[in-house]
Design a protein. Structure first.
Length: 265
């Protein structure tokens, strides 16, 4: 499981305050703790309420880069922020994210390809989040085609079928799993399939339990990457155990430690 740590995001109170005050230590702590907990990459999102999103994103990138060379997923819906920041990120990076409309997706694919970056493509367009699996598959297939035409390899493309909270969109988790199965079979080699896992439980009780259960179910359908909180040990243990049961690793009594050690080594 390719884990993209979600905690450096202005949606969280601690990160929001740190971004506002330019408190490097809080951000660097979040970066180090997520990597130690087994993250493969870090999401970087300034949140909704900053006066200058470009400036805040560049500060975050520089601050995080002082403590880790992990791939950074630059999480913004604004093209002007994405196109200004991406060329200035040293090392590995992922654009998070593009929508699937052809003109938009072509622009993002070109920016990713020029910068040797990965790209997360959302299966939504001007009509918003699809209300069924079929439309998600159609838009995912469109993203795959545009990526291949633009010279982006499948191991650099992450398709995100867009999960919504289960309390407001009860059919959504099922639609995403169906789309994941079909999109995994659509291209050979397949793209990565990713979700912003915590969305599924927003404003619900039993958040941890919902996140863990859905992670295992989505992995059984072919999810191989997730934006989540790697410091949630039970969630990480669920992901590692689901991987074990899919023969991603061979069982030994200390498989949880072995999986963590493998990440660091
Ligand atoms: N797909 C892609 N990128 C994404 C998402 C996605 N990036 C953002 C988001 N969705 C994934 N990250 C989060 C981060 C936090 C929460 C959910 C998803 C979250 N935050 C608490 C809340 O809103 O209740 C904040 C609580 C606090 O303040 O401590 O749930 O889907 N490609």
């Amino acid at each position: 499981m390719y884990v993209i740590g979600e905690r450096i995001n202005g949606m969280f109170t601690d990160a929001k305050e740190a971004i506002r005050q330019k408190d490097a230590k809080v951000i660097q702590d979040l970066a180090k703790r997520q990597m130690e907990a087994g993250a493969s990459a870090l999401d970087v999102n300034v949140g909704p309420a900053v006066p200058d999103a470009k400036d805040a994103m560049l500060w975050l990138v520089e601050t995080i880069r002082a403590v880790t060379d992990a791939p950074l997923a630059i999480d913004t819906a604004k093209w002007d922020v994405m196109s200004a920041v991406i060329p200035k990120v040293p090392g590995e990076k992922i654009l998070n994210s593009t929508k699937a409309d052809p003109e938009t997706a072509q622009q993002y694919v070109a920016l990713a390809a020029q910068n040797g970056a990965g790209l997360i493509g959302l299966t939504l367009d001007a009509d918003g989040v699809p209300g069924n699996a079929e439309k998600r598959v159609e838009l995912g297939a469109q993203l795959i085609t545009i990526a291949l035409e633009g010279g982006l390899e499948m191991d650099k493309l992450f398709i995100d079928p867009v999960i919504l909270p289960v309390n407001v969109a009860p059919k959504n988790p099922g639609h995403c799993m169906e789309a994941i199965s079909q999109l995994r079979a659509f291209a050979d080699p397949p793209p990565h399939l990713v979700l912003g896992l915590s969305n599924v439980s927003q404003l619900c009780n039993n958040r941890g339990l919902i996140n863990r259960t859905y992670l295992a179910m989505a992995m059984a359908h072919g999810l191989d990457a997730a934006i989540l909180d790697p410091m949630d040990t039970e969630l990480m243990n669920t992901g590692i155990t689901a991987g074990l049961l899919q023969e991603k690793m061979i069982y030994c009594d200390s498989y949880l430690e072995a999986a963590r050690y493998g990440k660091k080594g």
